[in-house]
Design a protein around this ligand. Structure first.
Ligand SMILES: Nc1ncnc2c1ncn2[C@@H]1O[C@H](COP(=O)(O)OP(=O)(O)O)[C@@H](O)[C@H]1O
Ligand SMILES: [Mg+2]
Length: 327
């Protein structure tokens, strides 16, 4: 299936772009979104990378934490997930236990870790819970995810397992607390069931993740496009990414090899770069012969704004630059 066929596949609901930092995930996600939107599918492109670049790509501020229409395009909406806003919403929803009330006891028991926005992975976890909402609500014909660089994405995909152990920890802690709370409640006569609500919310989150994983592993609805550049490190990174895509059964059949050096006569530097890239390119074609590999040249300029993205979009889908768009 060509990339154009994938972009135009009727049943497709979720398209994810992933790969190493700086390889062109955002540019290719944005350009693909322009194509699908332009071909009549109401498309939401959403960035889950804490190092957002979707705003730069569309040359429009998308960091407000709300879905907004993309200017200069029809049928297209965008959003960068804003971890702070997601956190505020999360706090409001869960009305979780305020550890500051418990003084040093709360932090000793590790409760800070559960509520601290700065805990490692907390922003990604929250961004991911936002992603789950979009997967479940699915108000758009197609949702395109511009995901975080490989390492982060792997952790997000592993969230259900992570949550399992996290969850186990909470339950254990709760058991330890319940005796103490029982005693405190009887002393102060103040009954409240905030911890029960927190547990319910966690249970709900776990269910949401399991449901989303069903969606994300359905090849009729989901596809993960790997973006890479023809260099050794990118090839190694792709192997790791593929391992976890297989592990979580996320369908993947397309690779975009980006930033290929053009042929420029009399440029020794370009020739050297190109011949280095060619070795990796043939390695990529050999290794991933069951994938559709789409090659994208290095443009003269950065890819920013609708008109640049449109060029990339035409190139991705049809393999050719539009008339008069020679780079
Ligand atoms: N094919 C290309 N030719 C020229 N510049 C590119 C190309 N692809 C991406 N870029 C530029 O490279 C930078 C990184 O791309 P980006 O899409 O933001 O990568 P990522 O999202 O993977 O970090 C951006 O400035 C973008 O405009
Ligand atoms: Mg990016």
């Amino acid at each position: 299936m060509t990339l154009q066929e994938l972009l135009e596949k009727e049943s497709l609901r979720f398209l994810l772009f992933g790969g190493k930092g700086g390889v062109g995930k955002t540019s290719n996600a944005a350009a693909s979104a322009l194509w699908t939107a332009d071909h009549g599918r109401e498309t939401l492109v959403i960035s889950t990378d804490p190092a957002h670049s979707l705003s730069d790509s569309f040359d429009q501020n998308l960091s407000g934490g709300e879905v907004v229409p993309i200017k200069g395009a029809r049928n297209l909406y965008g959003m960068e997930i804003n971890p702070e806003k997601a956190y505020a919403e999360y706090k409001e929803r869960t009305q979780q236990v305020d550890t500051s009330d418990m003084g040093p006891m709360g932090s000793m028991m590790g409760l800070d870790e559960l509520t601290d926005m700065n805990a490692p992975g907390a922003d990604e976890a929250l961004a991911f819970s936002k992603v789950l909402e979009f997967i479940q609500e699915c108000e758009y014909d197609l949702v395109i995810f511009d995901t975080a660089p490989t390492g982060h994405t792997l952790r997000l995909l592993g969230l259900p397992e992570m949550l399992d152990s996290f969850f186990g920890k909470v339950i254990k802690m709760r058991l330890r607390f319940s005796k103490m709370f029982g005693r405190l409640k009887s002393i102060f006569g103040r009954g409240d069931d905030k911890e029960d609500q927190t547990l319910d919310q966690l249970e709900q989150l776990k269910q949401n993740i399991s449901q989303s994983r069903v969606e994300l592993s359905d090849p009729t609805r989901t596809s993960f496009v790997i973006v890479m550049i023809p260099e050794a490190m990118a090839v190694a990174e792709t192997e790791r990414l593929l391992q976890s895509l297989y592990e979580f059964e996320i369908p993947t059949s397309h690779i975009i090899v980006n930033m290929i050096f053009p042929d420029i006569p009399d440029c020794t530097f370009c020739r050297a770069r190109k011949s280095m890239q060619q070795q990796y390119l043939s390695q990529i074609h050999d290794t991933y012969d069951d994938f559709t590999v789409t090659e994208v040249p290095l443009f003269q300029h950065e890819i920013r704004g609708i008109s640049h993205l449109n060029k990339l979009s035409t190139l991705l889908a049809t393999g050719a630059l539009a008339e008069g768009d020679q780079e």
